[in-house]
Write a protein that binds this ligand. Structure first.
Ligand code: ATP
Ligand code: MG
Length: 254
């Protein structure tokens, strides 16, 4: 089997909120069409790092990065990079489902409409395809014109995933996508992640060790802004090399 190429890489990445050094010399390469889980105690920098991968932190005053983030080998912080183009390539799903107060259909096609796509047949086809990919189609196909806010939390989160997929990204960033959901919805999201990695490179932040073990191919353990250990999930969970990793995954601190 040929080796997968590195979809995302951080090289000597440091990040600061003002004087606070939030990410300390992170070096990591994430392969395409794999799931990488970020784990570690609260405040260790998981979300900060995730957000540097599509420049979501750009909006935060006083935030700055040093070093490189490469997407398909190209530095996403280079001067000629257009952030809107980058975000088309690197989609994001947040902890709390955040559908717009619009219909289910309008939520899914939102990004496409912003891109100027108007043709109804194109939009409808994209909506169906994205909703199918997000394992939501069967539940909503007869009420696409109903408000997205009337869906359950788990359905809303799958809708947000469909919305992210509709603009055909190649990377999907997920920050604790199931932490606000019940066990059945969580299981659905996990199954979905497993399906989606055939086509997408996925990075997921989770506090749930079982979830990291179930869905990810690789796991990165962060501690106080440092990447302590990064390995195949199986190796990491059976034989962590670092004592702090071991303590964390066995639940001795958290
Ligand atoms: N907007 C901000 N301004 C200043 N400091 C911030 C900001 N966002 C995060 N930080 C700090 O950066 C560090 C890393 O925060 P981050 O949110 O990345 O952690 P996390 O690992 O995602 O934690 P959690 O598991 O609680 O979500 C923390 O010390 C946090 O206080
Ligand atoms: Mg976080």
């Amino acid at each position: 089997m040929s080796k997968k190429h590195n979809k995302l890489e951080a090289k000597n990445l440091n990040a600061y909120y003002g004087d606070f050094h939030a990410l300390k010399n992170i070096n990591i390469a994430m392969e395409e069409k794999n799931v990488t889980a970020f784990i570690g105690p609260s405040g260790c920098g998981k979300s900060t790092f995730l957000r540097t991968l599509n420049r979501m932190n750009d909006y935060i005053e006083g935030f700055r990065v040093e070093g490189d983030i490469l997407l398909d080998g190209r530095d996403i912080y280079a001067k000629d990079v257009r952030v809107d183009e980058l975000r088309k390539e690197v989609g994001m799903v947040f902890q709390k489902p955040n559908p717009f107060p619009k219909s289910i259909y309008e939520n899914v096609v939102y990004g496409l409409k912003i891109q100027g796509i108007k043709k109804k047949s194109v939009l409808e086809e994209a909506a169906e395809q994205s909703l199918r990919q997000a394992a939501l189609w069967e539940e909503v196909k007869d009420k696409l014109d109903k408000s997205a806010l009337a869906l359950s939390g788990g359905q809303q989160q799958r809708l947000c995933i469909a919305r992210a997929l509709a603009i055909s990204p190649s990377v999907l960033l997920m920050d604790e996508p199931a932490s606000a959901l019940d066990p059945i919805s969580t299981a659905k999201i996990e199954e979905l992640i497993y399906e989606l990695k055939n086509d997408y490179t996925i990075v997921i932040v989770t506090h749930n060790m079982q979830q990291a073990g179930r869905v990810s191919d690789y796991t990165a353990f962060f501690y106080m802004g440092e990447l302590v250990e990064y390995n195949k999930t199986k190796s990491m969970f059976t034989s962590p090399k670092n004592e702090r990793t071991q303590n964390y995954i066995t639940g001795r601190f958290g």
